[in-house]
Design a protein around this ligand. Structure first.
Ligand SMILES: [Zn+2]
Length: 228
């Protein structure tokens, strides 16, 4: 089963994706994290991507295409997948559908986390992430780390992402409304979209997401990957 999670930054996509990863024994693709991995490399491509990401801009469809293709090559056909915040644009949607079709797969369900811009901005300014590769998220208010500035999971320092400033957050919200909302409309025409109120605390949001998946596909324990 392939589930797409959509919603603006700060809606809780990352937390829901990690929860679904455990519940469905799924592989998670988050293009931003994959891009930041490459942007840390001191290569031509790494520097190019870093410039785009730091300014809150969007990476080209071509880069996303190859990134997605490379990632899919690491996932066996039939494995459950969570596409976290991807596709972001209609053009990327067509690309991903083509890549999946080559594997005899398709997007089964699209969960949209709906949140007001004000709540999204507030949450993003409140958050810190682990500097390690897994980028676990902490919040000053709702989920503070056990010791200040240190990740609970691996002891690495917590950082504020350089692209999470009021200016870049606003740029990305604008992109979301202009580019991603049409993607959601496209999937609505296929009848595979469910919208969840994500202004609630993240635990409540995640429980609602699980409930919607169960309503649609049946008990979670029946949904583990075919290949397992
Ligand atoms: Zn960590």
């Amino acid at each position: 089963m392939i589930i797409v999670l959509e919603g603006p930054q700060g809606a809780g996509k990352g937390t829901c994706a990690q929860g679904l990863k455990d519940e469905l024994d799924a592989q998670v693709f988050e293009s931003g994290r994959e891009l930041r991995k490459i942007a840390k490399n001191d290569s031509g491509l790494g520097r190019e991507l870093k410039g785009v990401l730091d300014s809150g801009g969007l990476v080209s469809d071509g880069h996303i295409y190859f990134l997605t293709k490379d990632w899919l090559n690491t996932v066996p056909v039939g494995e459950n997948m969570i596409l976290d915040g991807c596709p972001r644009k209609l053009t990327q949607t067509k690309d991903i559908e083509k890549l999946l079709a080559m594997r005899g797969e398709k997007i089964d369900f699209v969960v949209v986390l709906c949140i007001s811009d004000e709540v999204a901005v507030g949450r993003l300014l409140d958050r810190l992430i682990c500097s390690g590769e897994m980028e676990q998220v902490f919040n000053f208010n709702s989920k503070p780390p056990k010791s200040e500035g240190i990740c609970d999971y691996d002891g690495l320092p917590l950082i504020r992402r350089v692209d999470e400033t009021p200016v870049t957050i606003k740029a990305r919200l604008k992109n979301y409304h202009q580019e991603t909302v049409p993607v959601i409309e496209y999937f609505k025409e296929r009848g595979i979209v469910t919208e969840v109120d994500a202004n609630m605390p993240i635990e409540a949001v995640f429980n609602e997401v699980l409930k919607r998946i169960t309503y649609r596909f049946g008990p979670l324990e029946n949904l583990s990957s075919i290949s397992k």
